[in-house]
Ligand binder design. Structure first.
Ligand SMILES: [Zn+2]
Length: 292
């Protein structure tokens, strides 16, 4: 099976880089988050629509830690890496009784194989914004091949009224990742969330075992997670917020083991079919330039 787990990011550092050190003060883990922009910053109606995502980058590779130790808050950086998933334990205090619960949560991070600083000395998020807009086309790129491993494709409506489909992928790594617990640990399990036309197609065409190629971006959102307090005298529920990182395709190529008939039945279902957009007062229409 072809392998691909390629993430390329260009964006601005959010907050400070977090370094975790061992007892001798040697850094063993580096962690940071960055602002990236989704490409196509004009929507179909030609309106300027910036869509930010905040991927988290985590590494225990000494070479990467050395590169990251030079990064300052608000720097513009570029990353090449892979989408990595696992499980971690978070310690959360129950708001009802104060008991500290150990909660196992899934985590998703980008494991870098290259980190470079493009611009330093910026003083704020807004100073980096113009730079982000200029590189929106390459700010957040994900190319991933994997097999659908969830039992079913879950489809529903977002609060904004968009149709979405979501499923989990099993993705094999191309190489051994520094710090992995053992050599058998070489698969990652990102969630994919597709929207509208793509979501409808995915719902009809995909099933457990389908092989797909995702051309998309790293999509981040805060999701609430309900926890039941482990203190027997309490047992009440409380909610913690976790950042979930998934893949959202611009397009998905179905490579193998999918429902081919479903693809032919599906016609594009575009709400806005005017094929127009506006730039600096000029309307571009059906490949014809008209000034209004
Ligand atoms: Zn409690």
């Amino acid at each position: 099976m072809a392998k691909e787990n390629y993430i390329s990011l260009r964006g601005q550092i959010r907050g400070d880089v977090i370094m975790v050190s061992d007892d001798n003060g040697n850094p063993i883990t580096a962690l940071f988050s960055m602002h990236t922009l989704k490409r196509n910053i004009y929507d179909q109606a030609g309106k300027y629509e910036l869509k930010f995502d905040k991927p988290i980058i985590l590494t225990s590779d000494p070479k990467m830690i050395r590169s990251i130790s030079n990064i300052k808050k608000y720097d513009i950086v570029e990353i090449k890496g892979s989408f990595t998933t696992g499980r971690a334990v978070k310690h959360k205090k129950c708001p009802h009784c104060g008991f500290v619960n150990s909660v196992e949560v899934p985590f998703q991070v980008i494991s870098p194989s290259y980190v470079g600083i493009l611009k330093t000395g910026l003083k704020s998020d807004s100073e980096g914004l113009q730079n982000l807009i200029e590189c929106a086309e390459i700010s957040n790129v994900a190319k991933v091949i994997g097999r659908v491993c969830s039992e079913e494709i879950h489809t529903g409506d977002t609060e904004r009224g968009d149709i979405f489909s979501t499923y989990q992928l099993a993705v094999n790594r191309k190489y051994y990742l520094y710090g992995s617990s053992d050599y058998d640990d070489h698969s990652d399990y990102p969630y994919v969330i597709s929207y509208n036309d793509q979501a409808i197609k995915d719902n009809k065409a995909l099933y457990q075992g389908s092989l797909v190629y995702i051309d998309g971006y790293v999509h981040t959102m805060l999701t609430p997670l309900s926890v039941e307090c482990a203190n027997e005298e309490c047992g009440k529920e409380f909610t913690i917020k976790t950042q979930r990182m998934s893949l959202t395709p611009y397009s998905t190529e179905y490579l193998r083991d999918y429902n081919e008939n479903a693809i032919e039945e599906t016609r594009p279902n575009r709400k806005d079919d005017t094929n127009e957009y506006e730039l600096d007062g000029i309307t571009y229409k059906n490949d014809e330039l008209t000034k209004e």
